[in-house]
Design a protein around this ligand. Structure first.
Ligand code: PGA
Length: 283
């Protein structure tokens, strides 16, 4: 790997090695780093991990600022909230497509908001593929998230078979169109899109920065076709799939990659801190 955290050789900070971005110019979009804890940890570990996480700039809009969001399992949202450092945000891993009522086991977007969440993951591949969630269902979940005032973090990404058959970009395009169906640009101002190729999630096999950047351009092209050029340039598109402390700097040095959605490495405090630091160098 060519990844390094040495500022002299880091393409994000050294214009001499930087071919894709203007020197010393902050990227326009505020970086976003999410820690998706999935179905891991019990209360004591959750608290220790949550206490360890800091948001550069305290989460405000200043230089070096990064939106840092942790996505704990539902039972620990209320446990985590009071121990988070200033600026670190809380998010839900999923929400119901229904507002409220007789839906045993489901969690409503308004409940997430009530317990202190700022955002919610929608359509993670472990739900699309493991639980059969469809784009039509995800569109309804986005509606619930928006109604509750949550930032929807919409996950899209192709399987290995889809990539190998040359259909990755078609799949990304179609997931976006299906999941965003019925939602107007004006309602989606806070939207974050997470490009997470299924073959890279939890496998240790990360997309190359070139492949990730290309997929992110596909996301923006679809958003431009669906909405407007302005919208497509403002939406944050983050990469997920085996992001770790070693490869984060190289990925986040690409203009197209506004941040990361991190699973395994977000469970290790020092690794997650290194990823946040890499994101902070974008702003
Ligand atoms: P991973 O998970 O970092 O463990 O690959 C990423 C995700 O599923 O969001």
């Amino acid at each position: 790997s060519t990844t390094t955290t040495n500022p002299a050789t880091n393409p994000a900070t050294n214009p001499a090695t930087n071919t894709s971005t203007p020197a010393a110019e902050p990227f326009r979009r505020r970086p976003f780093v999410g820690g998706n804890w999935k179905m891991n940890l019990l209360a004591a570990e959750v608290v220790a991990l949550a206490q360890s996480i800091a948001a550069p700039g305290g989460g405000d809009g200043g230089a070096g600022g990064v939106d840092v969001v942790v996505f704990p399992p539902f039972p620990y949202l209320a446990t985590v909230r009071p121990v988070l450092k200033p600026g670190v945000q809380l998010g839900g891993q999923d929400c119901s497509a229904e507002k409220q009522g007789a839906f045993t086991g489901q969690v409503g977007a308004a409940m997430l908001r009530d317990v202190g969440c700022a955002s919610v993951l929608i359509g993670h591949s472990e739900r699309r593929h493991g639980l059969g969630e469809t784009d039509a269902l995800l569109s309804r979940k986005i509606g619930q998230a928006l109604d509750a005032g949550l930032v929807p973090v919409l996950c899209v990404g192709e399987t290995l078979a889809e990539r190998e058959s040359g259909r990755a970009h078609e799949v990304i395009d179609s997931q976006l169109r299906g999941s965003l169906a019925g939602h107007a640009e004006s309602a989606l101002a806070t939207l974050v899109v997470a490009y997470e190729p299924v073959w890279a999630i939890g496998t240790g096999r990360t997309a190359t920065p070139d492949d990730a950047a290309e997929a992110h351009r596909t996301v923006r092209r679809t958003l431009k076709e669906l909405y407007s050029a302005r919208f497509s340039e403002q939406v944050r598109v983050i990469y997920g799939g085996s992001v770790n402390a070693r490869n984060a700097a190289e990925l986040l040095a690409r203009e197209e990659i506004d941040g990361g959605l991190v699973g395994g490495a977000s469970l290790v405090a020092s690794d997650f801190a290194a990823i946040i630091a890499a994101a902070s160098r974008r702003s």
